[in-house]
Unconditional design. Structure first.
Length: 675
């Protein structure tokens, strides 16, 4: 980002024109970042709760008083049961310094519970780990040279503009673009073909494609022999997924599957851009594994314009140990603190037996410290999450920019800086650059960086560990393994001078194999999974909530619901920027004309979406963008800014994915009625 500053205020934020992935362009959301930084309701002073939890009534206090209050309460709890304290954070900033460096060190020193940060991407990350060895993929810029691009479970017009620029370039050069998505998104509308499969059936479609590739011999046998492991058992699995069977599972025409596989197998420069939407179901990890196998079957990896990309984050040599210092944990490494999955925070706060499986859960959660996240809005099964945060005996600290839904439940609300006000260093999961994030303006009001807030609490608690007080500069300088070949010739001072550095990744990274698995090959068969008692081959797992897996539930709640990001929101970030929210208007639910007719629902009707977990209301849009049997609620609204005070997570589940323990937001059955 290039920031224009006038009289100490950021007045304009644009894309940096010299940065190769950005090329001077920002998405609609981030181009309004200055509006967010200088928003009239920006938190600028520490505050203490004076009303009931959830009311959002606070009074200003000094930083000294705020840090003393935090230290006193956390010290008292830690003296009895340090694991009764839980951090809750995710990607409010993805910076390696302000994300989880000093914060992680603080909680490790404290002996607090650890958080399994799995809400977004861990099923897909696990799928890649067991197939490629890490979050690795083709380079974004070379999609522009592809002859076929499968955009699978992704809506890059809304969420990956810089990839979409390359896809459009490829399209102008004659490439065919195919969207695979239950919903005809903005992106799908601009592709040559849209394959609207049932939610959660992506793994079956990939296996059906394999069936055709194998039976019609559209394979690169040399690549398979030299650079893959487990072809014969994968072949046996794939041959059970006939196009006829897959057509029934996915709800698409059999010929569509055959034609897709033939086109893919006969196109040399064939690429796949998949995204995290398709892994937010029970079988999400297996689905990613299945799709990730396809380029190795056809040898698409031989060309720099072939292959697949879900995440490129694994290319960056991050020094996670140096950042988080797990050795500060009292029981490390033999007896680390307990781990709580962030998707199960509702159960963890209300009924630990459900989250932990049994009484082994350990001490009841007495304190939670939230930063870089808004769980009352974004965590699944929202009624239980809000009820957990409403516990009067739960001490809650929230570090935030604004008074979010979660902030309303805070006992102590602390103002944090934005990207424009603090130092940081970033990797990417969409391209292969690392970036320095230098402050453009001074902190607004009394806001402090996350790092400084956690240093302050540690100091007030009397901790003497030097690692807790390292400067942001020192943490940034330790963030990467600078001697790694990927960062040849780059160090922190050099990165600060230039702003970014391209990682030294080959143009066609797996043309000669070189995967980061134990075998060094693309592992169709994973011995690591087998050793865990998990199916070592990719397979299709029907969604938890589907007629296939739960017919009685589907009889009561016959509509599948997905809640992908609205174009103008970034999860729950930017929802309170009035210009962006005005563009979204109000919560909507897209419903197919036949489903609407059966329920006497007309365009513009207020409808109630419900299941056993809860309900929400939205304005109906009757459209065939949603396939029959599917409803789509673009998300995620702050509850307090929605007309009925609710959002899509009223109906989502705390159930976890097959691999990675990720959230199953799109594995959700509902019914819809006129409100």
């Amino acid at each position: 980002m290039r920031v224009t500053v006038e009289n100490g205020r950021a007045i304009k934020v644009t894309g940096e024109p010299d940065h190769p992935p950005t090329q001077g362009v920002l998405c609609t959301k981030v181009s309004r970042y200055a509006d967010r930084v200088h928003h009239p309701r920006r938190l600028t002073t520490p505050m203490r709760r004076v009303g009931e939890k959830g009311e959002g009534r606070f009074e200003p206090i000094s930083w000294d008083d705020a840090l003393a209050l935090a230290a006193n309460r956390l010290s008292e709890i830690a003296a009895r049961a340090p694991e009764a304290i839980v951090p809750y954070s995710y990607a409010g900033t993805m910076g390696l310094v302000q994300g989880d460096s000093i914060a992680q060190r603080f909680f490790h020193k404290l002996g607090a519970s650890q958080l399994d940060r799995t809400i977004c991407a861990s099923a897909g990350a696990a799928g890649l780990k067991y197939t490629y060895g890490a979050g690795l993929g083709m380079l974004t810029e070379f999609f522009a040279e592809s002859e076929l691009i499968l955009i699978w479970g992704a809506n890059p017009i809304a969420s990956n503009l810089h990839f979409w620029t390359r896809a459009q370039e490829a399209k102008r050069n004659g490439a065919r673009l195919i969207a695979i998505d239950p919903y005809r998104s903005l992106t799908a509308e601009k592709c040559h073909q849209h394959i609207a499969l049932k939610p959660g059936t992506d793994g079956a479609l990939a296996l059906g494609m394999m069936h055709v590739l194998i039976t019609e011999n559209l394979l690169d046998h040399a690549y398979i022999a030299d650079h893959t492991l487990g072809f014969e058992p994968l072949k046996a699995r794939a041959l059970t997924y006939t196009p006829a069977r897959v057509a029934q599972i996915c709800g698409v025409d059999e010929q569509v599957i055959v034609d897709l596989a033939r086109l893919y197998g006969n196109t040399r420069k064939a690429s796949i851009r998949l995204n995290y939407g398709m892994q937010r179901v029970r079988g999400g990890g297996n689905a990613v594994r299945a799709i990730a196998c396809l380029p190795s079957l056809t040898g698409a990896w031989r060309d720099r314009a072939g292959g697949a990309l879900l995440s490129s984050s694994g290319w960056a040599p991050v020094d996670s140990f140096a950042l988080a210092r797990p050795d500060l944990m009292p029981g490390w490494p033999s007896a680390p603190a307990r781990v709580i999955n962030m998707n199960e925070i509702g159960n963890a706060l209300l009924n630990p037996g459900e989250a932990g499986g049994d009484a082994a859960f350990g001490p009841k959660i007495e304190a939670i410290v939230v930063y870089n996240s808004n769980p009352v809005a974004v965590a699944p099964d929202s009624e239980r999450v809000a009820a957990g945060f409403a516990r009067e005996d739960l001490f809650t600290i929230v570090l935030e920019h604004f008074q979010t839904d979660t902030a309303d439940y805070a006992d102590l609300l602390l103002p944090a800086t934005t990207q424009l006000e603090h130092l940081d260093v970033h990797k990417s999961y969409g391209h292969t650059h690392v970036m320095a994030n230098l402050p453009a303006i001074a902190p607004v009001g009394e806001a402090r960086p996350n790092t400084e807030i956690f240093r302050g609490i540690a100091r007030a608690m009397g901790f003497a560990e030097p690692a807790l007080y390292e400067s942001d500069e020192a943490v940034a300088a330790a963030a990467f393994r600078w001697d790694d070949a990927a960062l040849a010739g780059v160090d922190w001072p050099a990165l600060k001078r230039t702003g970014w550095a391209r990682l030294q990744v080959p143009d066609a990274p797996f043309a000669q194999g070189g995967f980061r698995t134990p075998s060094g090959k693309c592992e169709f068969y994973s011995e690591r999974l087998a050793q865990q008692g998990i199916d070592p081959l990719p397979d299709y797992l029907p969604p938890y909530e589907s007629a296939e897996n739960a017919p009685e539930l589907a009889a009561r709640y016959p509509l599948a619901m997905i809640s992908p990001p609205a174009r103008n929101f970034l999860n729950s970030t930017f929802v309170n920027v009035e210009s962006l929210r005005a563009t979204e208007g109000e919560p909507h639910l897209d419903i197919h004309p036949l489903d609407a007719q059966q329920r006497d629902i007309a365009e513009g009707d207020e409808v109630r979406i419900f299941n056993d977990r809860g309900s929400m209301q939205a304005r109906a849009r009757v459209t065939d963008k949603a396939r029959e049997g599917l409803v789509v609620g673009l998300s995620i609204w702050w509850k307090k800014l929605a007309p009925d005070g609710r959002n899509a997570n009223q109906v989502t589940s705390q159930a976890l994915t097959d691999l990675g323990g990720s959230a199953t937001f799109y594995d959700c059955l509902v019914e819809v009625e006129r409100a």
